[in-house]
Design a protein around this ligand. Structure first.
Ligand SMILES: Nc1ncnc2c1ncn2[C@@H]1O[C@H](COP(=O)(O)OP(=O)(O)OP(=O)(O)O)[C@@H](O)[C@H]1O
Length: 364
């Protein structure tokens, strides 16, 4: 077993402010885990504690069962066998690609003195990240994406058991960022290296991860696999942060057999789930709503509301609608439709969705 991480009740305070507040995460060996959340939620501080740069005030971090961080005991970063890549391309401008990648083997804990072996391993790492033939170039002759690959090769060269990535794609342009994502994930899968990835891009977190940890104000709000987080979030915060969501408020009037009815300003709606103690919202995703012409009945939908299309936005494979609903004053529903069926602005419609797709969520 190599690279399994257990984070238990981890807390880091700056003065009286808890940047990381009682965080517990279990990461199995070989998994790709994203720490996701708005700016300032404590993602980077958690990663820095994992790396050994920041000592915790409470709790502990263990790797493969051995504690590497706890108050009063922090194993040095260089002894942790972790590779790191950061947002800024931390490659040395005065060194060639080869020398950048070779650095950890020349000066690190895992020094390699045999010249032939050094060359073989450096060339191997450079090939791994798709930079074969670029060994003699200096970083300023490379694109941003290529520089990030150099940083990645350097992080991997010492064969770490864990890879820590702090927004490594965020300085790349959109197109490159999109292709690098898939490369990063396929490389991680091939190597089977446990990876912790900090991002505020929900799209990246969903695409890449075995598990996503959603944080806010230093706390973990939810952690789960991407599909469960998207389809069945527990909280309104996660539903809103991951993907698009429409919410309804109101008192719950009945609960039986996994079905909950909520009296909303738009009428009585039925959803699935269980009502928590801390207040509830009804959530429906834009793609789970079907618009039909007014008067067209759809008995398969438990929920049907009259509405009017206010705005239509064509977005290639989907059409986005802003729909006002009788009884909901300010708020508009976001609905995603699929061509060729099109509604136009001003059209009176019926808004339908099933109770299975509508979820009752805790207010976090
Ligand atoms: N050395 C420090 N001294 C004081 N406060 C700090 C320090 N490091 C981080 N913080 C505070 O802790 C909180 C969490 O910071 P952190 O960098 O972990 O957030 P983040 O989720 O990574 O945010 P971002 O996405 O903006 O990088 C922030 O409010 C930050 O200002």
């Amino acid at each position: 077993m190599a690279g399994a991480i257990t984070i238990k009740n981890l807390t880091k305070r700056y003065g009286s402010f808890a940047a990381v507040d009682d965080v517990s995460i279990t990461i199995p060996e070989g998994h790709f885990v994203s720490l996701l959340g708005p700016s300032g939620c404590g993602k980077t501080t958690t990663l820095r504690m994992l790396a050994g740069f920041v000592p915790p005030d409470e709790g502990e971090i263990a790797v493969d069962g051995a504690v590497v961080s706890r108050p009063g005991h922090v194993q040095a970063a260089e002894d942790r066998q972790m590779g790191m890549v950061f947002q800024s391309y931390a490659v040395w401008p005065h060194m060639t690609v080869f020398d950048n990648v070779a650095y950890p083997l020349r000066f690190g804990e895992k020094k390699v003195s045999d010249k032939g072996e050094l060359r073989r391993r450096v060339d191997g790492a450079i090939e791994l990240v798709g930079l074969s033939g670029q060994q003699a170039k200096f970083p300023n002759a490379l694109s941003g994406g290529q520089q990030q690959r150099v940083a990645l090769a350097r992080a991997l060269i010492a064969e770490p058991r864990i890879l820590l990535l702090d927004e490594p794609l965020s300085n790349l342009d959109a197109k490159l960022r999109e292709s690098m994502r898939f490369e990063l994930r396929s490389l991680q899968r091939r190597l089977g290296i446990t990876t912790v990835f900090v991002t505020h891009s929900q799209e990246e977190a969903l695409l890449l991860s075995d598990m996503v940890v959603v944080m806010r104000s230093g706390k973990v709000i939810e952690q789960n696999d991407p599909e469960t987080l998207y389809r069945s979030p527990r909280t309104d915060f996660v539903a809103d942060f991951i993907g698009l969501a429409n919410f309804f408020d109101g008192p719950i009037v009945s609960e039986a057999g996994g079905r909950i009815s909520m009296q909303t300003p738009a009428g009585l709606l039925t959803a699935s789930g269980t009502a928590g103690a801390s207040g509830a919202k009804l959530m429906i995703r834009p793609e789970s709503i079907t618009l039909t012409s007014a008067g067209e009945t759809r008995p398969d939908f438990e929920n049907q509301l009259p509405g009017r299309v206010d705005d239509v936005f064509f977005n290639g494979n989907i059409v986005e609608y802003m729909v006002s609903v009788e009884g909901l004053q300010e708020k508009k529903l976001r609905v995603q439709g699929f061509p060729p069926r099109r509604f136009s602005a001003g059209e009176v419609v019926s808004i339908g969705f099933s109770a299975d797709d509508a979820k009752i969520l805790e207010v976090a």
